[in-house]
Design a protein. Structure first.
Length: 125
C-alpha cells in the first residue's frame, strides 16, 4: 500500500473542512491564503463575521487533540497574517479565529471538531 504524502493528506482534510463549513452556511473567501509571515488555511464569513480558520489533522488522536498544535507562536503568525489580509481588503468589522480538527484519513472513520472563537489576539491562556 502506497504511503500518502503529507501534502495530499493536508489537501484532502482541507477539502473536508471546506465542505463542512459550507454545509453550515459559511461563505468561503479564500483558501491557503499566504502573507509574508504565515498561511491561513481558510478564510470565511458567517453571520457578518470574518473568520480565520486553522485546520489541523492527525491520523489518530494517540498524541492528543490536534488543536493543541496551534501553539502561541502559531497563533501570533496567524494574527499577523489575518491583519495583513484585513488590511488588504480594508476590513474593519468583527472577526474571529477558529480551529477545525480532523482525526483519521478514511472518510468513514473521520472525527471532525470545530472550535469557534478558539483564541483571540493578545489573550494569554
Amino acid at each position: 500500500m502506497a504511503k500518502i504524502s503529507n501534502t495530499k493528506k493536508g489537501k484532502k482534510t482541507e477539502d473536508i473542512a471546506l465542505q463542512f463549513l459550507i454545509s453550515l452556511g459559511y461563505e468561503i473567501q479564500a483558501a491557503n491564503w499566504f502573507s509574508k509571515k504565515a498561511e491561513i488555511d481558510i478564510i470565511a464569513t458567517h453571520q457578518n463575521v470574518l473568520i480565520f480558520i486553522e485546520v489541523k489533522s492527525r491520523k489518530t488522536s494517540k498524541f492528543g487533540d490536534p488543536a493543541l498544535a496551534v501553539t502561541r507562536r502559531k497563533q501570533r503568525l496567524l494574527v499577523a497574517a489575518a491583519t495583513s489580509y484585513m488590511d488588504s481588503i480594508d476590513y474593519d468589522g468583527d472577526f474571529r479565529f477558529d480551529i477545525l480538527t480532523i482525526v483519521g484519513y478514511e472518510e468513514n472513520q473521520l472525527t471532525l471538531e470545530h472550535y469557534p472563537d478558539a483564541f483571540f489576539p493578545g489573550w494569554e491562556v
